[in-house]
Design a protein around this ligand. Structure first.
Ligand code: KIV
Length: 297
């Protein structure tokens, strides 16, 4: 065997630069909208990469969209790590953020740091996300101090949706809007590099934005945030559960997939598949030899 080392090809000159925290901050400063989408496996990550999005979130929404749980609450750290590692294998340029699942970070700073470290070490995430303010701001500070970038998430926080009165818009009274604003500002103060605002009135977002120094990504928070995020399966019409008002559907892939599998089933039942172009050939002499050997068995 040759001992010559493999030749490393230089990266293509037009390959997108990897997204970094300074580049995200620069986008905010320049007023360039930040595009974020969720992904939960290799193919969805390849689509996100190909579309040139800036940030990919392995959201705990994957509990519902790919694992079939009724909410985000039951998903385990192990399950999230498996999804995040698969997404990592499909990504090069976008920043990869892993969602810390319910119960994996709230207990103590030590628990939050240990879980965040697993997302970085075992799944290759660049950053983690956690929900709510309050003690979560303290946990975020601990994780940031451990050298792991943290994205915050306030407004409708699905992990604690029951306490918030269900999956509904938040911050619709002056007091509730102030509470959400305080949580966002606390997370920013704690060192979060970015904050997600979910399901709050656009006018509340507009009032809050001048106070936000870090990039703010909205989902159901109006047009004034620095960027937008959508759940991959909502965007593509792949999720058949209840769809939130803010989830714009850009395709009906669920319908197309169903139609394709039904056409396949029809073809098999009609013996129309496989056709000759889907079959392998063998040399006639080899086939004859095989026939006579088989007959002698
Ligand atoms: O889990 C998720 O997909 C999220 C986004 C909606 C921000 O948290």
């Amino acid at each position: 065997m040759s001992a010559t080392p493999p030749i490393t090809m230089p990266a293509s000159l037009d390959a997108p630069l990897p997204m970094t925290l300074p580049r995200l901050a620069e986008k905010k400063a320049l007023g360039e909208p930040i595009v974020m989408v969720t992904a939960y496996d290799y193919p969805s990550a390849r689509v996100a990469e190909g579309a040139g999005v800036d940030v990919v979130l392995v959201g705990d929404s994957g509990a519902m969209t790919v694992l079939g749980y009724p909410s985000t609450v039951p998903v385990s750290t192990e399950e999230m790590l498996m999804l995040a590692a698969a997404a990592r294998r499909g990504l090069r340029a976008p920043l990869l953020v892993g969602d810390l699942p319910f119960g994996s970070y709230e207990g103590s700073d030590e628990q939050a740091v240990a879980t965040a470290q697993r997302f970085v070490k075992e799944a290759g995430c660049d950053a983690v996300k956690l929900e709510r303010g309050g003690t979560s701001a303290q946990r975020a500070q601990a994780v940031v101090a451990a050298g792991i970038p943290v994205m915050g998430h306030v407004g409708l926080t699905p992990q604690t949706a029951t306490a918030l009165g269900g999956y509904r818009a938040q911050a619709r009274t002056a007091a509730a809007a102030l509470a959400v604003a305080r949580e966002a500002l606390d997370l920013q103060q704690a060192g979060c590099f970015s904050i997600v605002l979910e399901a709050i009135p656009a006018a509340v977002t507009a009032e809050l934005m001048p106070r936000m120094r870090v990039p703010v990504i909205g989902i159901g928070a109006g047009p004034d945030t620095d960027g937008q995020v959508l759940v991959f399966h909502d965007l593509l019409g792949l999720y058949d559960g209840r769809q939130a008002r803010f989830a714009k559907r850009y395709a009906d892939l669920g319908g197309e997939m169903l139609a394709a599998v039904m056409r396949y089933a029809d073809d098999v039942r009609a013996r129309a598949f496989p056709a000759s172009e889907h079959c392998y050939s063998i040399d006639e002499a080899q086939l004859e030899g095989f026939r006579s050997k088989l007959a002698g068995q």
